[in-house]
Design a binder for this molecule. Structure first.
Ligand SMILES: [Zn+2]
Length: 204
């Protein structure tokens, strides 16, 4: 969602609806805010630095606690470079999928309401509308500027079901690109993840 005809993401960077980054978007490893871009090590907490956070959560049967499969923050420049490395076909497919399937009306309502309640933004899958507490697997995305989270097109949550559909839309070339990113930063997937073609790193 939110890309113009050049494939560049149109982010609402100047949305005045900002809140302190909620702990849910802190690093699970460090229990504090993400400080550095995973790709270029740029420091992120300067007040004018734009970046994204992605976290993948999975609940395993028999475990009550959520497990963070992977997490990272990436600066705007690196995110843009990754997008450009993806095939045009994949980007077009993704764009079409979200344009046709995301609940855009609900997003517009949220943006207009200027809600500051994170749960309202990420409580339901962007596409299926399924409630987060019924899901075994999901990913959450946020756009941040310094130590603030910007409430606009992000944050949002996508369910594992939606991620599966999205994976089908990606070209082999794009999957290889994302796979490479996963391997470089997160190593081989843990045993339980072997059924996945890749770790579904995805900055939409
Ligand atoms: Zn970077």
């Amino acid at each position: 969602m939110g890309k113009n005809s050049d494939g560049k993401i149109l982010m609402n960077f100047h949305s005045s609806n900002q809140i302190d980054i909620p702990e849910e978007f802190y690093s699970f490893d460090s229990k504090t805010k993400f400080e550095y871009c995973i790709e270029c090590d740029k420091y992120l907490l300067d007040e004018s630095t734009d970046y994204f956070i992605e976290k993948a959560i999975k609940k395993y049967d028999g475990f009550s606690a959520n497990d963070v499969i992977f997490e990272y923050a990436i600066c705007l420049d690196c995110a843009e470079r990754m997008r450009q490395a993806m095939s045009n076909e994949s980007m077009q497919n993704l764009q079409n999928y979200f344009a046709e399937n995301a609940n855009v009306q609900r997003r517009m309502e949220l943006m207009n309401s200027e809600s500051k309640d994170t749960e309202e933004w990420i409580g339901e899958c962007l596409v299926t509308g399924k409630s987060r507490n019924t899901l075994n697997e999901y990913q959450i995305f946020a756009q941040c500027r310094g130590d603030k989270m910007v409430l606009g097109q992000m944050p949002y949550m996508v369910s594992g079901e939606t991620l599966g559909k999205v994976a089908e839309l990606l070209s082999t070339e794009t999957k290889d690109e994302l796979d490479d990113f996963s391997k470089r930063h997160f190593g081989p997937p843990p045993g339980l993840e072997k059924e996945l073609p890749y770790q579904r790193v995805l900055i939409v």
